[in-house]
Design a protein around this ligand. Structure first.
Ligand code: MN
Length: 257
């Protein structure tokens, strides 16, 4: 079995090393990860310049590891298209330092690496440690080791990936969740540079962890110190809105056509 591993924290990130260790013995591990941190690059791809790759020696043994000077989506796309000797059986992204919850999955490079796997027809999961402080990836790693054989045995629906968030510290349970919503406050810090020009720095603090009471969401699960497992599908179509929008057009007066 071949497992393609990627992330958005960069090829030298501690979470990537922990992920590889957790997958040890489950198959041949190939790594294609950004050569530097590319968090919050979403599903961006690089089309305005060439992509350079470099073979990297990892601190843990793998079949091959490439550092790519592109985004997480670039890494997975390039790996399955050209770098790997054969198609992967699974794509795993992470273990991200920090949560990837709710609407933030749209900004996440980690989730995008997994999405790129699914776009290319391979089962995929994204794993995040829901803390920026904890360096203990062991519980997340153990959970990966447990769930990977389940994914391979039971199969995920086509075009579906799993987004997994693991709380810091001992989990109080596991929840199958839907995506919650994250709201931020104080998003932009406005300052003046040494030359007197105004600049903005996007930062912000999430509000949801305080007032999200809905237990069936990923945000709620992490708030309750539970491991959150969210199946995510690629199709963003709002099927409930199809008829409504169709009605707008069909009910237009003739004169306006
Ligand atoms: Mn990251």
């Amino acid at each position: 079995m071949r497992i393609l591993v990627s992330n958005d924290d960069g090829i030298h990130a501690a979470g990537l090393k922990a992920l590889i260790q957790s997958l040890k013995g489950l198959g041949e591990i190939f790594v294609a990860a950004p050569d530097r941190e590319r968090s919050a690059t979403g599903h961006g791809i690089t089309v305005d310049r060439p992509l350079r790759i470099k073979t990297v020696r990892m601190p843990v043994e793998v079949a091959h590891a490439w550092a790519v000077d592109g985004t997480p989506a670039d890494c997975v796309k390039l790996a399955v298209d050209d770098l790997l000797p054969a198609p992967p059986d699974l794509v795993v992204a992470g273990i991200n330092q920090g949560p990837n919850l709710g609407t933030d999955v749209l900004y996440s490079g980690t989730v995008s690496a997994a999405i790129e796997g699914v776009i290319n027809g391979f089962p995929a999961l994204a794993v995040s440690l829901a803390s920026y402080d904890s360096r203990d990836f062991s519980i997340a790693g153990r959970f990966v080791r447990e769930i990977v054989p389940l994914i391979l045995k039971n199969k995920l629906p086509r075009n579906t990936l799993l987004n997994i968030n693991v709380p810091p510290g001992p989990p109080r349970g596991r929840r199958i969740t839907r995506l919650g919503s994250r709201r931020y406050v104080n998003i932009f810090h406005k300052r003046t540079d040494p030359r007197g020009r105004v600049y903005y720095w996007m930062a912000g603090e999430p509000l949801d962890l305080i007032d999200e009471n809905n237990c069936d969401t990923d945000v709620g699960a992490i708030n309750e110190q539970c491991i959150s497992i969210t199946p995510i599908q690629l199709d963003l179509t709002d099927y409930h809105a199809l008829d409504r929008v169709r009605d707008w057009l069909t009910n237009l007066p003739e004169a306006e056509e």
